[in-house]
Design a binder for this molecule. Sequence first.
Ligand code: 13P
Length: 253
Amino acid sequence: MAKPILVANWKNHPASLEEAKSLIRELSKAKLVLKKTRLFIAPPLPYFELVSSGARSFAGLASQNMFAHMKGSYTGGITPGILKSFGVRLAIVGHSERRAQGESSEAVSLKVKAALKAGIAPLVCVGEPSRDADGEYFEVLRDEIKASLAGLSKSNVSSVIIAYEPVWAIGKSAKESLAPAELAESVIFIRKVLSDLFGRKAAESVHILYGGSVEYANAGTLARESGISGFLVGHASLNAKQFVAIAKSLTGK
Ligand code: 13P
């Protein structure tokens, strides 16, 4: 069976290089457990070297964002080629915290295509901002998936990974996250949308991860009952003990 995928999105943490070093040291102690997953760490850019050298034996390097253009003069833009040269194999694109700063699904779709061109797997974040009793949020989700994956074909969509991150469930506690049955329903819906867009076979080949207040307390049930391939973890990835426990519940060990 394929290994579950686990992605640590450190966002803009830890607060200093010293703390980041200490987190890597703690994670290294559990490398045998972590190696049972396909683990990626997406640190702030200044910690790239630390993660790529310190976690080389148990984690791949991921980026939290990526520039859509391959070349040109764009101050502050980090191109896919530069990321690739640092060993980045996966790029988070369209995170809701970036969409909240104005990133559109159209911009996300350009980044997805640029990542594929550079040989980086795009981890495309989608998720409804809120839920309503009539289920209209499903339409919001459908539109976001459609626009974010615009221009892809049956053959390259299988290199895309979807991270389902309902915005309302991010940055809370396990208790406030969504229920396993709600996650299972959303995963079925996302696969249906992918199937409508790219055909059933291609849709089945796309990995779907879940993110949004994944902690040790809810990881086991969310993983078991939903059809996901793994997790995209925010705050709990900054606590080595929590994170290793999440890895264990994903691998069932
Ligand atoms: P939390 O796990 O802190 O809710 O963050 C989720 C997330 O945004 C990961 O990308």
